[in-house]
Structures are given as C-alpha cells and as structure tokens.
Ligand binder design. Structure first.
Ligand code: 13P
Length: 252
C-alpha cells in the first residue's frame, strides 16, 4: 500500500508572516498519521515554515532548486541550502517554470538528480498541453517527459521520486481532468516506470494528480487506484479546503 501524499504548492503566495498564520491554522486540522502532508512554499517562507511545523507530521518543500552546489548563480538556491534549512521535498519542472522560466526536460533531469543526491524528495511534474491532448498525443508527451526527466535515475532512487501528473490545461483553470482521464494517465505513467525499471519499483512510486483539485472533486480523484495523492495550488491556500482534501485522502 502506498501512503498518500497531499502537497500544497503555494506558488508565489504568502509572505513569511502570512505563511506562519496559515500553517498555524492548518496544523491542528491536518494532523493525521495516515497521509503525508507537505507544504511547498516560497524560499523566503522556508525557515519560518520549518520552524512552525516542528513536532508535527507536516513536511516543508521548496518550489524549485538549482542543480549546482554553490557558485556564481545569482538568485538561485542550491540543494544543500534547502536540506540545511530542513526542507524534505522540492517541486521540479512545474509547468509554470517550463513556460515562464525556460525549464526544459534536460534541466528538469539535472535538478531531479541534484535533489536526489542531496537527499531531497523531488516532486517531478509532467503533463500535456491542451493542444497536445486535442491532437491525441498525451501518451507520447508523457512518455517522453518520463524518459527524459528521469534519465540516469536509478531504481533505488526513483522510490524517493514523487511524480505529479498535472495536465497543463487543468492548472488554475477550474477545468479538472475527470477521474477516468487522470487515472488513465497515472496508470500510463506507472506502466512507463515498470518498463524502465520493473513492476515492483513502479508500484512503490507515488503518483499525484494536480490541476484544479479542490474540496469538491478530491475524493473521486483520490479514490482512483493509481492516484496516490494531490499537488494542490489554489485550494492549498485555504485552510478548510486543503483540510477537506487531506481528509478525502485519509478515507480514499
Ligand atoms: P491549481 O490547483 O491552482 O489548479 O494548481 C495546480 C498546480 O499547479 C499545483 O502544482
């Protein structure tokens, strides 16, 4: 049985003091051993967030990292800076980074390898554009991303990778993939992992769905056999909604 992981992706929201206030509101609500809860927060919020989550079952994640250890890379943050601050997870290759900040599968792969080498759990985001789905090439797009993003990732390492299937057309649009659509692609991702590694390894990998997941649709999505959690944007900024999603994961 894979333990479900419900992760909030706060994106570019919440100042440090707002972050602590939201965490303090969420902490008593999401206290549950059956589900792993992660808040992926802006870099400036990491230290107060780690502090606020001490002694709880909530892990803090970053929203990106750079793949070098240190050096002249103005504005970037390294894997060991994150681990030293108490970060456990890091989102890699979110579609917003691919779209606005020129991330490619090659840099996603470098970041994934660097995160794993540092002992972080990367949440690697894959997903097709609306146009690609319309052209019926969703599986080709996903297969390519899995192949390139996980290049040189070993079977032992991939057990620490979380894959987030985030159809780009569903992000921030209110258009959620249907449970059948999401399950179909998550099962396809697992089949790709089984082909690349083996079935037991594929069965050990957590695959999340993300894209307009909310308090109303989470239960149905999380009940699907290959959906092991969620990566939640907008609804993770509202304590009650996020908690409803966590409770759906506890039951699902
Ligand atoms: P929304 O939940 O706001 O659609 O965002 C999803 C997302 O991008 C999570 O990484």
């Amino acid at each position: 049985m894979r333990k479900k992981i419900i992760a909030g992706n706060w994106k570019m929201n919440k100042t440090p003091s707002e972050a602590v206030a939201l965490i303090n509101e969420l902490k008593p609500l999401v206290k549950n051993d059956d589900v792993d809860v992660v808040f992926c927060v802006p870099d400036i919020d990491i230290i107060p967030a780690v502090e606020a989550c001490k002694g709880t079952n909530i892990a803090i994640g970053a929203e990106n990292l750079y793949f070098e250890e240190s050096g002249a890379y103005t504005g970037e943050i390294s894997p060991n800076m994150l681990t030293d601050a108490g970060v456990k997870y890091v989102i890699i290759g979110h579609s917003e980074r691919r779209e606005y900040f020129a991330e490619t599968d090659e840099t996603v792969n470098k970041r994934t390898l660097a995160a794993l080498a540092a002992g972080l759990k990367p949440i690697v985001c894959v997903g097709e554009l609306k146009w690609e789905r319309q052209c019926n090439i969703t599986e080709e797009v996903i297969a390519r991303q899995i192949k390139l993003d996980l290049w040189d990732v070993t079977a032992e390492q991939v057990k620490n990778v979380v894959i987030a299937y985030e159809p780009v057309w569903a992000i921030g649009t209110g258009l959620t993939a249907t449970p059948d659509q999401a399950q179909e692609v998550c099962a396809f991702i697992r089949a790709q992992l089984a082909k690349k590694y083996d079935q037991a390894t594929a069965d050990a990998v957590t695959i999340q769905y993300g894209g307009s997941m909310n308090a109303g649709n989470a239960a149905e999505l999380l009940a699907q056999p290959d959906i092991d959690g969620g990566l939640i944007g907008g609804a993770s900024l509202k304590a009650a909604d996020f908690n409803t999603i966590v409770q759906a994961a506890v039951e699902g």
